[in-house]
Design a protein around this ligand. Structure first.
Ligand SMILES: Cc1cc2nc3c(=O)[nH]c(=O)nc-3n(C[C@H](O)[C@H](O)[C@H](O)COP(=O)(O)OP(=O)(O)OC[C@H]3O[C@@H](n4cnc5c(N)ncnc54)[C@H](O)[C@@H]3O)c2cc1C
Length: 462
């Protein structure tokens, strides 16, 4: 035990959406043993682990309490080439893994739309990629992890060892403890390229049909959707399907260094944009132009530009201005999806709530994790600027529609869900709470989101 109390800074902290912004005590430990000291000092206000803060809302915030940053604990520990299993610290970022492993011919089998997430954050959100319909979420590739629990015990968790804690921690939003390290199965790849097929769909029906036709033939699939188009163009989209390119498909110039990535683009949004920058008018104009400029067909693109297009511009979240934005991501089961999506899109178009980044994806079956988001069906993610009361009114309407169509909202994107809706959307919540009570009877791990949603005791805005 060290004699000094662990150091922290008091900061106004936010997730990627810059909403909400809350005062937190931020720790950034550099050694594993610092975590024990921090845990011991957690009496007042509890604590929540945080990776790179790419969850959008209040999942990794803890108003007036501790936030335990993991980003300095980011060591790649070992790689078992036979089993293709990498062991690394929970604070290791996907970027670090890709930079180290892609030149050796390995890639992450599931990646969200940015490489700036940590392994611990990805497991705690049970993230999905553009291949969920085929491969499932990250948990399908997690062999095991070490979890530092509230009592200070280090638990090894896998499908066979402490399996209830394993499944509660996957998608458990940091509330069961700190994922200190993890063993993840990687995927061999021959090149750092994707063969991408682009198809434009005039409306939602055409988009759903094309997805159904093409999805089985491609590992990756995703659509950008124009949320400003109404009536007969409601749901018009650009579908992108992708498959890893084999080495013998490369042109001679590319075959020289088949596994190298492009230099990372360093365009940066340096300041918060003024409020008018993303007005409904500019967004509509952007969407129209974007749709019109797309060409159907197949071409080869770099792996990173296909997987992480938004990473090309650092701090793009500042485009939404100081008040920030929310991302509302919902999933509807297959049997309600078409009708539900029409109602939801129609509501958004009528509200004139400009979302210039709207993404439609297909999800595969749900897994055994109590709070994991994906269920078999269709997921829609909408970025919407924070306009205060009008936005809140819209998200309440979307919440009602999501419930009506038997869907759910993704916690890692959430900042606004109500307790009642959350309880209805996640039927295994009581089982999760039972495991949480056993592991952490004093509720040392707590977050602003956990209090807002009633997962732990305490007032929402405390
Ligand atoms: C541009 C962009 C695109 C995205 N695309 C996708 C996508 O396609 N699919 C998808 O599923 N998600 C997507 N996300 C969301 C993102 O993948 C998740 O929010 C992820 O959890 C962020 O990781 P992080 O390390 O930043 O975690 P944070 O945001 O810091 O934390 C997220 C949660 O994980 C917990 N946590 C963090 N580290 C640990 C740890 N070591 N131990 C235990 N708990 C921990 C936190 O307490 C919190 O509850 C996207 C986000 C952005 C910004």
């Amino acid at each position: 035990m060290s004699s000094e109390s662990p150091r922290f800074v008091e900061r106004q902290l936010a997730g990627w959406g810059n909403y909400p912004v809350e005062p937190c005590r931020v720790y950034r430990p550099e050694r594993r043993r610092d975590l024990d000291d921090i845990l011991r000092s957690l009496a007042d206000g509890g604590g929540i682990p945080r990776g790179l803060g790419r969850s959008y809302g209040d999942a990794s915030l803890n108003r007036n309490g501790a936030v335990i940053g993991q980003d300095r604990l980011s060591c790649l520990r070992s790689f078992d080439e036979q089993a293709v299993v990498l062991e690394c610290d929970g604070g290791t970022s996907n970027e670090e893994i890709i930079d180290a492993m892609l030149p050796r011919g390995y890639f992450l089998p599931v990646t969200p739309g940015t490489r700036y997430v940590t392994v611990g954050g990805a497991i705690a959100s049970d993230v999905h990629g553009k291949n969920h319909h085929r491969d499932g979420s990250i948990s399908a590739f997690v062999e095991s992890f070490e979890l530092l629990t509230a009592s200070g015990e280090m638990l090894t968790c896998s499908r066979h060892e402490n399996s209830d804690v394993f499944w509660a921690t996957i998608g458990g939003m940091g509330l069961t403890g700190i994922i200190v390290s993890a063993r993840i199965r990687l995927m061999p790849v021959e090149t750092a390229y994707i063969t991408m097929r682009t198809d434009r769909a005039k409306n939602l029906d055409e988009a759903l049909e094309r997805f159904a036709e093409l999805d089985t033939g491609y590992r990756y699939s995703v659509a950008w959707l124009d949320c400003t188009a109404g009536r007969r163009a409601l749901g018009r989209s650009v579908l992108m399907h992708g498959e890893h390119t084999a080495r013998d498909e490369l042109a001679p110039a590319e075959a020289h260094s088949p596994l190298s990535l492009t230099a990372k683009a360093r365009r940066t949004v340096r300041f918060f944009a003024p409020r008018f920058a993303l007005s409904p008018l500019t967004v509509r104009a952007f969407n129209r132009t974007y749709y019109a400029r797309q060409r159907d067909g197949t071409r080869r693109v770099r792996l990173d530009s296909f997987m992480f297009p938004l990473d090309a511009v650092a701090h793009w979240n500042r485009l939404y201005g100081r008040r920030g934005f929310i991302q509302y991501q919902l999933v509807l089961p297959n049997h309600t999806a078409r009708e539900g999506l029409v109602e939801i899109l129609d509501r958004i178009v009528r509200a004139g709530a400009a979302s210039f980044l709207s993404v439609l994806k297909r999800l595969g079956p749900l897994n055994d994790a109590h709070l994991s988001f994906p269920i078999e069906g269709w997921t829609l993610a909408l970025d919407m600027p924070n306009t205060g009361a009008p936005l809140l009114e819209l998200v309440r309407a979307l919440e009602t529609l999501t419930l009506k169509h038997e869907g759910r909202v993704y916690l890692t994107k959430d900042a606004t869900l109500t307790r009642d809706a959350f309880e209805a959307m996640y039927p295994r919540l009581d089982e999760f709470k039972e495991i949480k009570r056993r592991l952490d009877p004093q509720q040392r791990f707590t977050s602003s989101m956990a209090r807002r949603l009633g997962i732990v005791d305490g007032e929402a805005g405390r």
